[in-house]
Design a protein around this ligand. Structure first.
Ligand code: CTP
Ligand code: MG
Length: 372
């Protein structure tokens, strides 16, 4: 019997609140989507990813050939439908990229239940909280009996034809089991697992890091950088191009904010510094963008077993004025660092010193990391 896994990965991650789709956020040594993919790949015959629209190519590159990528829809159900259209398996597992750490064993248990004759199988765990129904007036209408309630997870397994029928009307539901139920189908509950938690907020990411064996020993590092203004150079700062501003001289693009952050990350992880990792003796980094160096730094510290808790950078100079583009700059840096928490401030020095005299721009950064 052939099995397809659909990974719903098209959500924007509104509640997580960084500038990149949640499935592409870094968790330990890989993205949420790569974790989900790695646990399903050994147990299924075909994998279809419902990718955030516009990110199809990036997702293909991340997961390699052999994976079918479709554009997701406006809702989770629509994303699943788009993937169902190219599903070839007799059975299908529908999984949330956000449940990145669900194990291969859980997927195997779902498939085993399908093989034993079930046509819809949903993993679930007991509830910890008491659930109340709230009336429109803000008062409790009733309290549900917790012993008969469960919290559902993915991967959920289905007979593909049955799931197609359940989706045929184009209905929306927060899980696929609900569509089968609405169609009068029987949905079998099997034991879920704590590590299949849905990563919704940064706090959940922290819980997930615990499952991966990251301890809570934090390390901090600082970094700084300064460049003099140069003639005829574009200004790159904090991952952004600043048109109509004088650029700075340097081996790379001279993005002092990016460089200070890289150094802070290297300092926190004791993995050298900007010079030892990307110095002038490495010609491949001549002209490298700040964003590229941030990405490379993330790859190096990730390989060293570290994960970023947060990064903060202060830009010191008379110009450009940062405030107007602060959000954009934070998003550019965060995205280069796999969705890490980033803050950015700027200051002048009351006309004193090299930056105060308008001779250049400087930045100082600090980073907090923890180790696996
Ligand atoms: N999903 C999807 N297509 C959508 C919305 C969600 O494929 N239009 C996927 C998400 O990528 C996620 C899963 O469905 O893997 C569960 O959704 P959720 O955890 O709510 O993720 P997001 O929608 O990305 O998060 P938020 O609701 O906070 O924006
Ligand atoms: Mg959502």
């Amino acid at each position: 019997m052939s099995v397809t896994a659909i990974i719903a990965a098209a959500g924007s991650g509104e509640r997580f609140g960084v500038g990149i789709p949640k499935a592409l956020i870094q968790l330990g040594d890989r993205t949420l989507l790569e974790h989900a993919f790695a646990s399903l790949a050994p147990v299924v015959d075909q994998i279809v990813i419902s990718a955030p629209p516009g990110y199809e190519k990036q997702v293909s590159k991340l997961l390699g050939d052999g994976v079918t990528v479709v554009a997701g829809g406006a809702t989770r159900s629509a994303s699943v439908r788009n993937a169902l259209a190219v599903t070839t398996g007799e059975y299908v597992l529908v999984h949330d990229a956000a449940r990145a750490l669900a194990s291969s064993d859980l997927a195997r248990a779902v498939i085993a239940a399908l093989k034993s004759g079930e046509s819809a199988v949903v993993p679930a765990v007991a509830l910890v909280d008491t659930i109340k129904v709230v009336g429109t007036n803000g008062y409790v209408a009733s309290t549900l009996d917790r012993t008969s309630l469960v919290s559902i997870q993915t991967p959920q397994g289905f007979n593909t034809a049955a799931l197609r029928r359940a989706h045929a009307a184009g209905a929306d539901a927060t899980d696929d089991g609900a569509l089968i139920e609405a169609n009068g189908g029987k949905v079998k509950i099997i034991a879920g697992e704590d590590r299949a938690l849905k990563i919704t907020t940064p706090a959940d990411l922290h819980t997930a890091l615990g499952f991966l064996g990251f301890d809570s020993t934090y390390r901090t590092g600082i970094g700084s950088d300064a460049h003099a203004f140069g003639v005829g150079r574009p200004l790159w700062l904090a991952g952004l191009l600043w048109p109509d501003q004088d650029g700075v001289d340097g081996h790379s693009d001279g993005d002092v904010a990016a460089h200070a952050i890289c150094d802070a990350l290297f300092a926190a992880t004791a993995l050298g510094d900007l010079g030892s990792n990307f110095g002038t003796d490495r010609p491949q980094y001549a002209g490298a963008s700040g964003v590229q160096l941030l990405q490379e730094t993330l790859a190096i510290i990730t390989k060293g077993g570290y994960s970023i808790a947060n990064v903060t950078v202060q830009i010191i100079g008379n110009r450009p004025k940062i405030g107007r583009r602060r959000t954009e700059a934070i998003a550019a840096i965060s995205s280069a660092l796999g969705g890490a928490a980033v803050s950015l401030s700027a200051t002048t020095t009351d006309g004193m010193g090299l930056t105060g005299e308008g001779k250049g721009i400087a930045a100082i950064a600090s980073a907090l990391v923890f180790k696996q």
